[in-house]
Ligand binder design. Structure first.
Ligand code: G3H
Ligand code: 13P
Ligand code: ZN
Length: 317
């Protein structure tokens, strides 16, 4: 059942984080639902601009509606990931989404507030909530490239002003993570001190951690052993740190890259080991199972596994 993102945040805040996973196709969709039911977790489906142009808006909506029937136990929200104004407005008008993210974090503060407020007003009028972003993550975000060195962490005082003036319902904070497979080198990691400062100034307000893939070394090694060429220095977020971020206000954790690594490993190994096979449904089925296992594992790390009963109870479902 599709619920609002706000409803999930109210249940989760301070107790567990909700996994927000991107989908682009049938296999990811089915694997995601299966993994969340296997682990009894609520979840957020994320649709990026790239996914909308790859699969088409209508097909994505159809996939989600069909999965909802295939997995009637599932409780989830549907969210636009890194939207611009046009994408957010289109999603708000469509009546299908639970929430949107307006990402104007590349703009100066005043412009970011102005753009965010525009989307907030339209979204609230239709009962949707809005995630905004303040500060800049490193790495590649849609078509905007932010140099890792210039990625600036979210300023806690600015965060308070931003939330008050924009009216947003949750905030994506820059605390050291970045998108993609190359997040950290050496001993770099999440800036928990900065996260704590933001949470102290915004108690009870849901914070969002983008760029939360962990880029497992063994996954990269298997891909490379099957013909891939991913830089083995690729490094992500320690998945054991998710639970540390929960009491610091992190309520939504975005994971996409790790799922792409699962896809790449499954398909590279399949075609390496079965060079005569050309039925794509065979590796597709393996991927669905492997992705479901991956999702269930992440939900354990987020603390969202086993929470479906609590969500049902608190939402009166
Ligand atoms: O933050 C970006 C997400 O990983 C989505 O990636 O824009 O390539 O679909 P995408
Ligand atoms: P990763 O690239 O770490 O998976 O981050 C995904 C994300 O933040 C989507 O918004
Ligand atoms: Zn992101």
């Amino acid at each position: 059942m599709i619920v609002t993102t706000d409803q999930l945040f109210k249940v989760a805040y301070g107790k567990f984080a909700i996994g927000a996973y991107n989908i682009n196709n049938l296999e990811q969709t089915r694997g995601l639902f299966k993994g969340c039911i296997d682990s009894q977790a609520p979840f957020i489906i994320q649709i990026s601009k790239g996914a909308r142009s790859y699969a088409g808006v209508k097909l994505l909506e159809g996939l989600i509606r069909a999965a909802e029937q295939e997995f009637p136990e599932a409780i989830f929200a549907v969210h636009i990931d890194h939207g611009d104004v046009a994408t957010c407005m289109d999603a708000i008008e469509s009546g299908f989404y639970s929430s949107v993210m307006i990402d104007a974090s590349h703009e100066p503060l005043e412009k970011n507030i102005e753009i965010t407020k525009l989307v907030v007003d339209a979204a609230h009028a239709k009962g949707l909530s809005v995630e905004a972003e303040l500060g800049q993550l490193g790495g590649v975000e849609e078509d905007i490239v932010v140099d890792e060195k210039h990625a600036n962490l979210t300023d806690p005082d600015q965060a308070v002003e931003f939330v008050e003036r924009s009216g947003c319902d949750s905030l994506a904070v820059a605390i050291g993570t970045s998108h993609g497979a190359y997040k950290f080198s050496g001993s770099q990691g999440i800036h928990f001190d900065r996260l704590a400062e933001i949470q102290q100034r915004l108690p009870g307000f849901p914070l969002v951690m983008h760029g939360s893939s962990s880029v497992p070394a063994e996954e990269v090694a298997r891909i490379n052993a099957a013909g891939g060429a991913i830089d083995p220095s690729a490094k992500g977020v320690d998945e054991n740190s998710f639970i540390r971020a929960v009491p610091l206000g992190v309520t939504k954790v975005n994971i996409d890259t790790d799922g792409r690594l699962v896809w790449t490993r499954v398909h590279r190994e399949f075609f390496r080991d079965k060079p005569d096979v050309f039925d794509f449904r065979k590796p597709g089925l393996i991927f669905v199972d492997e992705y479901a296992k991956f999702i269930a594992h992440k939900n354990e790390k987020l603390g969202s596994a086993g929470q479906l009963d609590l969500v049902r109870q608190e939402l009166g479902l």
